[in-house]
Design a protein around this ligand. Sequence first.
Ligand code: AKG
Length: 240
Amino acid sequence: MRRDGFVVLERLITPAHCDAIREETARLLKGAGRNAFEGFNTQRVYNVLTKTRLLDDLIDHPRVLALLDQLFEPNYLLSQAQLINIRPGEAAQALHYDDGFYKVPRPRPALGAATIWAIDAFTEDNGATAIVPRSHDWGQSPVPTPAQTIPCVMPAGSAVFFVGTLWHGGGGNHTNSNRLAFTAQYCAPWLRQQENFFLEVPRETVRILRPTLQSLIGYSIYPPFMGMVDSMHPKRVLDA
Ligand SMILES: O=C(O)CCC(=O)C(=O)O
């Protein structure tokens, strides 16, 4: 991960778990992207924590947390999570790096990190995430070209983990089948998350999440007191 900016973790969840996610997702996937970046032939499901419990184990998978522990101070956060279904005919997404919206010049340590989970196997043709190995260390320039990418080919149930400074993009889907993926992005504990989980996830849902997930969505403190509620730990609101 430190050398290449990414690492592929093979077969972390079972084929049965992938099937269950695919089945559950079928009722959630609607419409298509609103712009070329979302993908006019790509379906996305946002706010997954209020819609299904089948992704919880992916978000706080111990292998993922072990890598995040190497990158960030304790109480790092989930920044956003979504399902991404790249449909036949979709063009390759523009290359980008995920923590680019924190306008801190490169080169710099990553401020975020991401997983992209292959719920369907990722192949060269079906839209496997295209990554630019070692680009996480690049400065403000250059901007990579598609010729510099490699496809993250991996079996279903695997995840690619990469740091927030790594250039990548969704691949084009040149097959007749969908490419279903799940992505979770994380950030350092002192940064603003992309999703506003406090408004998004009702308290009764937060109460049934396990403590790791509660902490990841923001029911945690960056010491000494960032995240406080009325001078107390934010988890106190769950007892109210
Ligand atoms: O779907 C993928 O493989 C990557 C998607 C991505 O990077 C994004 O939408 O920001």
